[in-house]
Design a protein around this ligand. Structure first.
Ligand code: PEP
Ligand code: MG
Length: 749
């Protein structure tokens, strides 16, 4: 099998480009292309297989195999050598195809006489469109140069497919980005939205994969890489934290940008005839394909770095930045691989929904979408590769499902669901001024959780009695440096103004674990959720806590103030934090500032230990709030960020409800007000169960106040309590069925 020189390869690419430029149907083009490749490579066979649907490859053109097999021969993903190439997105090169593991004989093609087989993925940015195969009778593996050359050709085919050059009648020849695609991810934030795609990082479109003048392309590439390196250095200077671990990670990023191997490989791609852009994309595609097969989180992160750098480089080369000139639709659904909290907030209230490839329920993005009250779907694998700006999209945050370019029937069903939800919202709105009073007469006070100014407008609309949890760390998370005392005081004052006399419980800074400040030294901890976080940080490094307490006191200035310390595990921590607050009160008084009219100091119960604290703690605390998200995490030893384990344990577990009853009892003994402010408080069934266990105050996201109130008003809490106790006595693991049975008997209301 002849090895091919660089100039052969360039010639082939140029002829390919010319062929593609000629007018004609997709099928004619493909036929010409396979002929051209077979001739140029000196092989008896050249075939192109394309995906007909995500699980099936179809032979779409061939030179050398029987023409009757075209559009008839199909393989499942992973089936035969072609299916293996598509699944692994790596070449298969063998001198003895029939003897190769997994070989599948397809009599209609007449391929049994060809011993050697080389298949490479037709892929672009890690997205595989099909497989390019060359075959020969002589039993010999193809040389490395030949493999490389065929990969380069496949890359050009992928670019052309992206531009719709092979569009034709057959299903496998459809234009890309046209068909409906459903993504099954996970719920980041409930709700439903219909809109049009707005890509946070728009796709770079390469319209010139083949170049005539390699020298000029290499120069363009080198210039672009030089610019990239300067911009990366600038970027790293700006985020220099002095943190060793972070510095190492950033250094790895810089190293990639300076990697000679990366540049050399891209230059080799150019030497074979690719343009600078296509050369970058080829490397990027391969890195993405590798990414999917690497279990090691650190290495995956490094490959993500490389992906990120490739994107920057492509934007420099093509001049296609974020600002591509496209106008944001008026119903935008943001689609991104991942996004930082500040960037997400920049889009603000314009967004209808957000879809991410990564993320977690506790991520900052999730917190912000909650504040904006828009649905978020996370883990929508590969959506950034499939979606185009302006594509119609439906986001089902309840199910964690996204429909891209949906069929009309799907869209219609979805709209029905949204209409039903809107109907329900109207019903909830009519309850706004009514109390959450159960049939048995018990009144449960419903409050909302907040963390941004953007949350506050919801206070009126939701009918919440106040803010039961104001997460102050969000203000710290969305900035690039520690906010100043004056800024915080002004913000807290605005929050109190917006609450118009309703109680706001400010929780002091809860950082560490999943909430990492970009500008603060992050300790190297094996288990951050159980590490140096929340009040532990506040007590060990009191500077920021003091500053925050001063800001709160000044913001209150003559109004009542409620302060809550997070993650108190033992009474001594609460005593120390409380003493710190009282010291600041004295100091502020000495400075002549107006003091709060009334001061409440509370603790969050987020570790089981605090439920067993001596009575003195409950006497000292002005109130206690159960942080159910963390409490459940430690009760069940199940990481709240880990989707796999998080869902295994039920809040209506009889043991957990028993534990909640114990906390209710401890607080009742000392008359200490108790609330519950984890996510479960906003889930109607869970909320009813908690109220039945004795909780009289629940704090939740604003959108949940209506549904929770609606259910509480229809239910007799003593009947729910009796059902839970019967389940407990019967040794049932969960009280969910028992509670559901009570709820099933309710009138619709
Ligand atoms: C909790 O843990 O339940 C809680 C309300 O705090 P956060 O979710 O901010 O940790
Ligand atoms: Mg917590």
């Amino acid at each position: 099998m002849p090895d091919r020189s660089e100039s052969d390869s360039r010639k082939l690419l140029r002829r390919l480009r010319d062929t593609l430029a000629e007018p004609g149907e997709g099928q004619e083009r493909l036929d010409r292309i396979v002929r051209l490749i077979a001739e140029s490579m000196g092989t008896e066979v050249c075939s192109v297989y394309l995906f007909r649907d995500p699980a099936t490859l179809e032979l779409c053109a061939t030179r050398g195999l029987r023409s009757e097999a075209v559009h008839r021969t199909r393989l499942r993903l992973g089936e035969g050598l072609v299916g293996r190439v598509a699944r692994t997105r790596r070449p298969v090169n063998t001198g003895d195809a029939p003897g190769e593991r997994g070989f599948r004989y397809m009599p209609e093609t007449g391929e049994e006489i060809y011993s050697s087989f080389l298949g490479v993925p037709i892929q672009r940015l890690g997205e595989c469109r099909g497989v390019l195969v060359v075959q020969s009778k002589s039993a010999r593996e193809f040389s490395d140069d030949a493999v490389y050359g065929v990969e380069v050709v496949a890359m050009v085919l992928a670019e052309m497919a992206e531009l719709g050059a092979f569009a034709g009648e057959s299903e496998a020849l459809r234009r890309p980005h046209q068909n409906p695609v459903t993504f099954r991810g996970a719920t980041g934030q409930e709700g439903a939205a219909e809109g049009r795609v707005w890509l946070h990082e728009p796709r770079v479109v390469v319209t010139n994969p083949v170049a005539d003048d390699p020298q000029a392309e290499i120069l363009r590439l080198r210039e672009a890489v030089a610019r990239l390196r300067v911009s990366v250095d600038d970027l790293l200077k700006a985020v220099d934290t002095g943190d060793k671990e972070q510095a190492e990670v950033l250094e790895a990023y810089r190293m990639f940008a300076r990697s000679r191997g990366w540049l050399r490989r891209m230059e080799e791609n150019i030497a074979l005839g690719l343009s600078a852009e296509a050369a970058v994309e080829k490397e990027q595609s391969e890195a993405r394909a590798r990414l999917e097969h690497i279990p090691d989180a650190y290495l995956r992160d490094r490959l993500h770095d490389l992906d990120d750098l490739s994107n920057r480089l492509l934007r420099i080369l093509t001049g296609q930045g974020r600002d591509t000139g496209a106008a944001m639709p008026d119903d935008p659904v943001l689609v991104a691989r991942t996004i930082g909290p500040a960037e997400l907030l920049d889009y603000g209230r314009k967004l209808r929904g957000v879809v991410l490839e990564e993320g977690s329920v506790g991520s900052h993005a999730a917190i912000i979408t909650r504040a904006l009250a828009i649905p978020l779907v996370i883990h929508a694998n590969r959506i950034t590769t499939e979606a185009l700006n302006g594509d119609p999209i439906l986001v089902d945050g309840d199910q964690g499902v996204v429909h891209l370019r949906p069929e009309e029937s799907v869209a219609a069903a979805f709209r029905d669901k949204m209409a039903m939800q809107a109907e329900a919202q109207k019903r909830y709105a009519s309850l706004r001024s009514l109390p959450a009073q159960a049939r048995c007469g018990t009144v449960v006070s419903l409050h909302m959780n907040a963390g941004l100014m953007a949350d506050l407008p919801s206070l009126e609309g939701s009918g919440a009695d106040g803010v039961g949890l104001f997460r102050t760390e969000l203000q710290f998370l969305i900035r690039s440096q520690v906010p100043k005392r004056g800024e915080l005081a002004a913000l807290y004052a605005r929050v109190m103004d917006a609450a118009r006399g309703r109680r706001v419980v400010f929780r002091t800074l809860d950082i560490g674990s999943d909430k990492v400040l970009p500008y603060m030294k992050r300790p190297d901890e094996p288990n951050p959720a159980m590490g140096w976080r929340a009040i532990r940080v506040g007590l060990d490094k009191p500077g920021v806590l003091r500053m925050q307490l001063q800001a709160l006191i000044r913001a209150a200035a003559g109004r009542p103030l409620a302060v809550m310390f997070p993650f108190v595990a033992v009474p001594a921590e609460f005593e120390a934090a409380r003493a710190a607050l009282l010291r600041e009160i004295d100091r502020e008084a000495d400075l002549g500032h107006v003091l709060p009219a009334r001061l409440e100091i509370g603790a969050m119960l987020e570790t089981p230990s605090l439920a067993f604290a001596p009575r003195g703690f409950f006497e000292m605390a002005d109130f206690v709030s159960i942080g159910g998200n963390d409490l459940k995490q430690f009760f069940f030893a199940a990481d709240r960020e880990n989707e796999r384990v998080r869902r295994r344990y039920d809040t209506l577990d009889t043991g957990f409800l028993g534990f909640v009853a114990h906390v209710v009892d401890r607080c009742a003994q000392t008359g200490t007000p108790l609330s519950f402010c984890g996510e479960d408080a906003g889930r109607p069934v869970e909320a009813v169960a908690l109220a039945a266990m004795g909780l009289r105050m629940l704090s939740m996201r604003p959108a949940s106040v209506g549904p929770v109130k609606h259910l509480i008003r229809r239910v007799d809490l003593s009947a729910v309590r009796a059902a839970i106790e019967t389940a407990q006595a019967a040794g049932e693991a969960s009280a969910r069925s028992a509670v559901n049975r009570v709820l099933a008997g309710l009138s619709p209301g």
